[in-house]
Design a protein around this ligand. Sequence first.
Ligand SMILES: CC(=O)SCCNC(=O)CCNC(=O)[C@H](O)C(C)(C)COP(=O)(O)OP(=O)(O)OC[C@H]1O[C@@H](n2cnc3c(N)ncnc32)[C@H](O)[C@@H]1OP(=O)(O)O
Ligand SMILES: CC(=O)C(=O)O
Ligand SMILES: [Mg+2]
Length: 348
Amino acid sequence: MKTPRAFYQPLAIGAPAPLRDLPVQLERMIHFVPPHVEKMRAKVPDLISRVDVVLGNLEDAIPADQKTAARRGFIEMARENDFGSTGLWTRINCLNSPWVLDDLMEIVTEVGDKLDVIMLPKVEGAWDIHYLDQLLAQLEARAGISRPIMIHAILETAEGVKNVESIATASPRMHGMSLGPADLAASRGMKTTRVGGGHPDYMVLADGTAEGAPRAGFQQDLWHYTVAKMVDACMAAGIKAFYGPFGDFSDAAACEAQFRNAFLMGCVGAWSLHPSQIDIAKKVFSPEPGEVAFARKIIKAMPDGTGAVMIDGKMQDDATWKQAKVIDDLARLVTEKDPDFARVYAAE
Ligand SMILES: CC(=O)SCCNC(=O)CCNC(=O)[C@H](O)C(C)(C)COP(=O)(O)OP(=O)(O)OC[C@H]1O[C@@H](n2cnc3c(N)ncnc32)[C@H](O)[C@@H]1OP(=O)(O)O
Ligand SMILES: CC(=O)C(=O)O
Ligand SMILES: [Mg+2]
């Protein structure tokens, strides 16, 4: 373990000083774009105004013979667009792949000054973050980059889940983590071919009532344990937790339900893989207007955040004031970015 002072030292001469706090940024959805497809790149200017984060994907879902085209496509889309307050991220190839070194060398050197976050797949332990941390510092120093690029880990191997706490605290570059349900299912030997979401056979069967009477089955959330573990590791480290992808684009209701479970448990956003999932994420990860109104009632009734009061028959105290602050702070962040929600929250 490094000493606290050493933890915040730049890892290369000339690299920017590591951030002590995460930038305040609304990140309800991380929208995936396949940058080797010209038609998809052409949609980026429109996407910038619709999403909180645009991510150029270089890893899984990009055919092996298109890896270079995807990297060059990402560099082109980074250069040609002004992202304003919308985040620009990339998901690089994994550390043991033949492409990752060129991903980093070319992207950081050519457009590193525009890049907010690098998403690192298949993170197994703190050692993966340490490697990327050092390399990024060297590349930032060489490219003269003044703002450190953050690292976002995908939690998608059994080993990674086992080491989640040390991954979360591995570097001041850590921005957060996303659940990777497809690779994680494979890594664990889970018997599902779905990308996120529930499974009809993962359920609890109600007790029988009479001989032969049908028994209700209650489907359970396959991802509850991992999301809870990830949220605790991230929040304890002062970084952000995200649900990852939901692969069945045709089932908007199930996508919304999975995103909402993650939101309620502490996640700040999820991935959108298709334009139809952008508004689902926006709806779920912006607090519900009724909740915002109630949170504001609590804050108004307890201006210094202490004591005990009754509101609408419910007891409020210092702890519920903090719960209310979580919701009100998020609503304020959404208001700054999203005029539609600003109007709704103001009307409450
Ligand atoms: C397990 C994991 O690793 S998940 C992460 C990796 N996976 C990905 O990144 C997948 C990202 N998504 C995609 O590449 C695409 O959505 C695909 C290939 C899966 C499906 O694309 P399509 O077959 O074109 O879908 P569909 O016909 O429904 O698209 C409707 C429109 O939305 C566009 N579109 C689809 N996906 C996207 C996207 N991610 N971003 C922007 N536009 C998109 C299409 O180009 C099409 O536009 P058009 O009406 O102008 O022709
Ligand atoms: C998100 C991702 O990469 C996965 O589910 O494998
Ligand atoms: Mg994966």
